[in-house]
Design a protein around this ligand. Structure first.
Ligand code: ZN
Ligand code: ZN
Length: 125
């Protein structure tokens, strides 16, 4: 069913990619961690089992469905795979000097999606 044998042995590599959703050409993170989602539309691809290992055969689009603030990690984007339904959490890269994640998109996610209403009263910045 799923295309096998297309694994990338690039464990933990910090590399750029072309966003499969909006077509943005995404550079690697400049601050050294592993970029795993598009800074423009915040979508990702279900290609990892552990972050950066490219060990998943799913390949579905990970849709950003929410964002939450984690004490240690800062902002975390919650993704749900369109294909298999798996929910993943990925650290947002708002501080990346080259191309930080789109702050407005993140705020929309915190507010429960695009459109007015539902915005939490306490914002931790
Ligand atoms: Zn994108
Ligand atoms: Zn999946």
């Amino acid at each position: 069913m799923s295309p096998a044998g297309r694994r990338f042995q690039a464990v933990g590599r910090n590399e750029g990619f072309v966003c499969a959703v909006c077509g943005a050409v995404v550079p690697p993170l400049a601050n050294g961690s592993c970029r795993n989602h598009c800074p423009a539309c915040l979508h990702s691809l279900h290609v990892d089992v552990m972050p950066g290992d490219r060990a998943s055969d799913c390949g579905g689009v990970l849709v950003p469905v929410a964002a939450e603030r984690s004490g240690k990690k800062g902002w975390v984007i919650v993704h749900r795979c369109e294909r298999c339904g798996e929910v993943r959490r990925n650290k947002a890269a708002l501080d990346d000097p080259a191309w930080p994640d789109d702050h407005d998109r993140l705020v929309e996610l915190v507010a429960g999606g695009p459109g007015p209403g539902g915005r939490p009263g306490s914002r931790g910045w």
